[in-house]
Design a protein around this ligand. Sequence first.
Ligand SMILES: [Zn+2]
Length: 256
Amino acid sequence: MRLADIKWLNITKKPMTLIYKINRSQRRRSIALKVTAGELYVLAPQHASTAAIAAVVEAKAAWVRKHLERQRVQLNRLTPREWQSGEQIRWLGMPLTIEVLRGTRKQVEQVGDRLRLTLTARSPAATTAYQLVRTWYQAQAQQWLDQFFKQWQVTQLMPIGWSVGDFSSKWGHCTRAGALRFSWKLWLAPAWVVHNVVIHELCHLREFNHSPAFWQLVARYSPNYREAEQWLRQHGMTVLNNKFLDYCEAAELTGK
Ligand SMILES: [Zn+2]
């Protein structure tokens, strides 16, 4: 924003219209607002009226504008990712430099510390690159999990299956039936953090809660779980955010 624009905003003080996306849910009992990555989301009960939602947004408008403004300033400091050669992405916390080539067949391969994306002449570069990278992460993460469970000796804690999906609000999930599912974005984090999340979900096979007994079990198989939880609190929401990969290195993802 140029200085002239800022002055103009200060003089008029005309409030911007707030644009928001409504997420309705059967389980929700009250209307809540969430400001994330410079956008406003309304979490509402299934049958909340648009008038009721608008009233809540209006009542919280000052709070929303303050947070939106702060996040937009932060976002403006980031460099948008264009999925071009030279940009970096992390696999298990280690930087991989992206290399974009043109070829006759779409493919992704890791060559040392490079992630080589081959796009065809007709593919729209950015969208295709993102899809290729996501598919690569999902396949690699699945292999990582297969390897992990091949070595996992604790037979009392063995899931009936494991898979990798695309969550935007959680790292992992354990079903009542005993299957584990993880977000592919988890593998952007350092290996010791990934390991901890897998242990966390595994321990839900015995303790389907977050009771002291559950945390005791987690500590037995993942002694540094507190540091891992801390890492996720610090960087996690950024990584899980849908827009995370729209920017180059939005967070410090260095492992230890
Ligand atoms: Zn849990």
